[in-house]
Write a protein that binds this ligand. Structure first.
Ligand code: UDP
Length: 139
């Protein structure tokens, strides 16, 4: 059974370029409800923890440096089939491969600076939501 929540982050370059508003508009226009939201800046260690699954990848060092380089906006989103539908809405990891109209096609600069994160499974949606939010911060 598919769950109804997912976790997104608007990544540092997208926040710095003032894309937070347009990205959230696109997300809510697509039928997702916001259940929790915060702006925060990760330390390099926290970014490393969030992306621990990639720790052996060649891009890990650059990724954690980038993700701790400025504020991000973390959001828990709710919708039926949230994880899969949100992955469709954001498009492929590399914006060059992303479909027209997807968030990464519209707002990403490159494969590494690709505007937004989206959980890739229900299990990770829960882990990632718990990473950012306490019970009291969810609605
Ligand atoms: N990434 C990168 N280079 C790569 C692959 C990934 O810089 O060759 C970065 C990119 O920001 C991506 C993140 O690492 O969003 C996590 O990678 P993953 O393969 O999980 O992609 P995603 O699930 O975000 O599409």
């Amino acid at each position: 059974m598919n769950g109804n929540q997912t976790l997104t982050m608007i990544k540092p370059v997208a926040v710095a370029r003032n894309f937070t508003g347009p990205i959230i508009q696109k997300i809510t226009d697509s039928g997702f409800k916001i259940c929790a939201m915060k702006m925060t800046q990760l330390t390099k260690d926290q970014a490393g923890e969030f992306y621990a699954v990639h720790q052996d990848k060649p891009f890990y060092e650059d990724l954690t440096t980038f993700m701790s380089s400025g504020p991000i906006v973390a959001i828990i989103l709710e919708k039926e089939n949230a994880v899969d539908d949100f992955r469709k809405l954001i498009g492929a990891t590399d914006p060059a491969d992303a479909e027209e109209g997807t968030i990464r096609k519209l707002f990403a600069e490159s494969k590494s600076h690709n505007a937004v994160h989206g959980s890739d499974s229900d299990e990770n949606a829960k882990i990632e939501s718990d990473f950012f939010f306490s019970k009291l911060e969810r609605h």
